[in-house]
Design a protein around this ligand. Structure first.
Ligand code: UD1
Ligand code: UDP
Length: 385
């Protein structure tokens, strides 16, 4: 059985790493990795393949950065060429990036079954590019791996057939457990950066709605600067955010207050997360990792897809409407007692479930899963007998 994994952005490398490892344990399964090239800097891409032992991409499409339409279109064309060449039994896509969208569309048009890992997440905010990508991916995928009950409920509410949905847990939890141990053994990031455990705030931001809006950007910078007068703040900076900070002439003043570093490898990132006093982020993955290590988190957004974290008291939303409002939530999170304990993301063996169900569903001759198209609610189209 041949599986074509389509990835392109940093969080997808983390997710694919654990599923690739699980696929390697199955007889008769061959995975080929297609890297769209959406992320291409060494620290946004190759470092993950090296550190996490992800199979070398069989195809590197080198698409790079561009506006949404152009980027997705170039990926679509290039992925189609590879799929024609390889004729895989199925494609495997992750998350909600433009690489996810292009992979899904290419496979669907070629009638190649697709499995979507991290399916069913919704912000209900269609101004987010990721929300559009998720909706299309979930509509077109044949097999939907939903991390949480909330995600399952979202899919069912959209009329996706229950048989196509598998609540397997979250592959990022598997990754945080597996690589967390390795990070503990190998990472020297705290020493390198001169950080004491529980004595710093770890911050990340890169969402389009925060970086592309100069007001939000200024508010985030002001809030982090003020927080840094009380507790060290370390900021591994996404290249998108660096570019806008430089363009808006905010970068230099920020470097005087925060410890701004280049994007870092996953192992160092896990180590920074595990030892932080507080995490402030707009990242989807980082919100969850904060919880995996039971570190309080403040999310710089109006809404989150991971609502269980807010309900459990580990995560607080702090929309960047004013620096004062963000700082107030930061103080609240620093003072609050720990959130409730729960295991909404599975048992750390999600990837094995994904691999097993994939093989059961898509191995040649065993195709049991039909398209996950929504259950018709209106009139059925008339079909010829
Ligand atoms: C993308 C995803 C987002 C995900 C994020 C993970 C979409 C629409 N967005 O956002 O969901 O949370 O990845 O990090 O797919 N750049 C570099 N070097 C790189 C990559 C990007 O300099 O290796 C810069 C370029 O200026 C580029 C910008 O970052 O224009 C944005 O990159 P892009 O991949 O389009 O979106 P992300 O913001 O990374
Ligand atoms: N990450 C990393 N180094 C960094 C920043 C993030 O390894 O400098 C990891 C992080 O631990 C998580 C993933 O990248 O596993 C999240 O990616 P990102 O925040 O870019 O995307 P999102 O999850 O928001 O889609």
């Amino acid at each position: 059985m041949k599986i074509a994994t389509i990835v392109g952005a940093r969080p997808q490398f983390v997710k694919a790493a654990v599923v690739s490892r699980a696929l390697q344990c199955l007889d008769g399964v061959r995975e080929i990795v297609i890297h769209t090239g959406q992320h291409y800097d060494f620290r946004m891409s190759e470092i993950f393949f090296r550190e996490l032992d992800i199979p070398e991409p069989a195809y590197h499409l080198g698409v790079g950065s561009a506006p949404h339409g152009a980027q997705t279109g170039r990926m679509l064309e290039a992925i189609e060429g590879v799929l024609v060449n390889e004729s895989p039994d199925c494609t495997l896509i992750y998350g909600d990036t433009n690489s996810t969208l292009a992979g899904t569309l290419a496979a669907a048009k070629m009638h190649i079954p697709t499995a979507h890992v991290e399916s069913g997440l919704r912000s209900f905010n269609r101004r987010m590019p990721e929300e559009i990508n998720r909706i299309v991916a979930d509509r077109l995928a044949d097999l939907l791996f939903a991390p949480t009950q909330v995600a399952v409920d979202n899919l069912l509410a959209e009329g996706i057939r229950a048989e196509s949905i598998h609540q397997v847990g979250d592959v990022m939890y598997d990754a945080a457990l597996f690589y967390g141990d390795k990070a503990q053994r190998t990472s020297c990031v705290l020493e390198t950066l001169g950080l004491e455990p529980r004595a710093y705030v770890l911050a990340t931001f890169h969402r389009a709605e925060n970086t592309d809006n100069p007001l939000c950007l200024r508010i985030i910078c002001a809030a982090l600067t003020q927080a840094a007068s009380e507790l060290a703040v370390v900021l591994p900076l996404h290249p998108r955010s660096r570019a806008v900070l430089e363009r808006e002439r905010l970068f230099d003043s920020l470097t005087g207050c925060l410890q701004i570093i280049e994007p870092i490898g996953y192992l160092d990132m896990l180590m920074l997360e595990k030892n932080a006093r507080l995490i402030v982020t707009d990242s989807g993955g980082v919100q969850k990792e904060a919880f995996f290590y039971r570190i309080p988190c403040v999310t710089l957004r109006h809404e989150t897809e991971w609502i269980e974290l807010v309900e459990l008291g580990w995560n607080r939303l702090a929309p960047p409407v004013s620096a004062h409002a963000v700082l107030r939530i930061v103080h609240e999170a620093l003072k609050a007692p720990p959130g409730a304990d729960a295991t909404p993301y599975g048992d750390g063996h999600c990837a094995e479930g994904v691999a097993r169900i994939l093989r059961e569903s898509f191995a040649p001759g065993t195709l049991t899963t039909g398209p996950s198209r929504p259950v018709p609610r209106g009139k059925l189209a008339v079909q010829c007998a």
